[in-house]
Design a protein around this ligand. Sequence first.
Ligand code: AHG
Ligand code: MN
Ligand code: MN
Length: 421
Amino acid sequence: MAFAAQRSAQALVSDAAPRAASRSSVCPRALLSSGRCLQKAVPAPSAAKSVQPLSNGSRAVRTQAVAVDAPASSSAKPKSQYEVFTLTTWLLKEEQKGTIDTELCTVISSIALACKQISSLVQRAGISNLTGLAGAANVQGEDQKKLDVVSNEVFANCLRSSGRTGVIASEEEELPIAVEETYSGNYIVVFDPLDGSSNIDAGISVGSIWGIYSPNEGCTIEEMDDPETMMQKCVTSVCQPGRSLLCSGYCLYSSSTILVLTIGDGVYGFTLDPLIGEYVLTHDRIQIPESGKIYAFNEGNMDLWDPSVQEYMKSLKNPDNWGGKPYSARYIGSLVGDFHRTMLYGGIYGYPGDKKNLNGKLRLLYECAPMSFLAEQAGGAGSTGSVRVLDIMPEKVHQRVPLFIGSKNEVEYLESFTKSS
Ligand code: AHG
Ligand code: MN
Ligand code: MN
């Protein structure tokens, strides 16, 4: 057995802590040029659309009807007033239907557990001295909050103990990590353990985001005899396009804790009932409204945006384009919170590239791709302004891309400016 396989599980968890030095035996920094993948980028297919002028001079995109399955209720009629339809029951039924296998169920359950734990930590942050900075920066140069670090550890612990996860990649880790205690499954999990953490000290909504891929080439712990090969395989394993996702989801920590996920057959939302400690199905087959007159952009950056995005924003604000009532602005600064509202009310969330950051701020692997999978599964769309997010082959673990996501018609309207510029 290789050296690494003899290391204790606890050692692996320490490796998962966001300190580059403590990770170095598993993810040697020098071995790779900043987590760069070796795959070739695949050109994205262009989406068909027709842009037509309106009588008021603005542009509109005529779209085909969204092809989605007719909503089918997951929950049978309750046999008793005390019956609850929980995430556990839903997973069992999906397993019975053959949509997912037992091993993927186990991975999803372990993520749901991590989110319960994070929810509790977030709620008590002010009481338990978990507000404020951790005193370090992550590989992307962002100051880590204490809760970023703790949530990362919680996610890593839960996934490790699921016994079904082969590789994990996190916003808070420089490189992917091979999980030692894997008995079978070997799923690849990418995650943003705490999204919107700049809001945490003010008690404003935050969340977690994840995506699950099936194993590909794999990076097994046995290969640690050759750490360089193993590390490259780990990076290659996680660098998959979003269209290969098996599952993605987010958990919103807000006035209630809501876990929303897709396994490629619609989108479901479960609200954590704190009294019984279970996620209860509350949002059956979520559909994003086809249009919605709400935009969520950080307009402080507007002067730095590409002129096409500036033009688009001006058109949303011009009452003459919209029968006298312009779009409404709503921006929390937590992607999970802004996206959850967009899922339910419709509209568009955008984080464009700008003069300083050509690719914007959001990360493809654990923010944009998982959210785009959810958006598409709910009848919406996720775009960079020029290509479908799910078609992008990642080149780096922490790669950033511009993101425009939400109602299908709203994303296409945005593209009518950005694609023609
Ligand atoms: P994270 O806290 O995981 O680093 O993500 C923050 C992201 C996202 O949640 C949010 O939409 C965006 O940053 C907000 O950025 P600005 O503060 O630049 O608007
Ligand atoms: Mn984030
Ligand atoms: Mn984060």
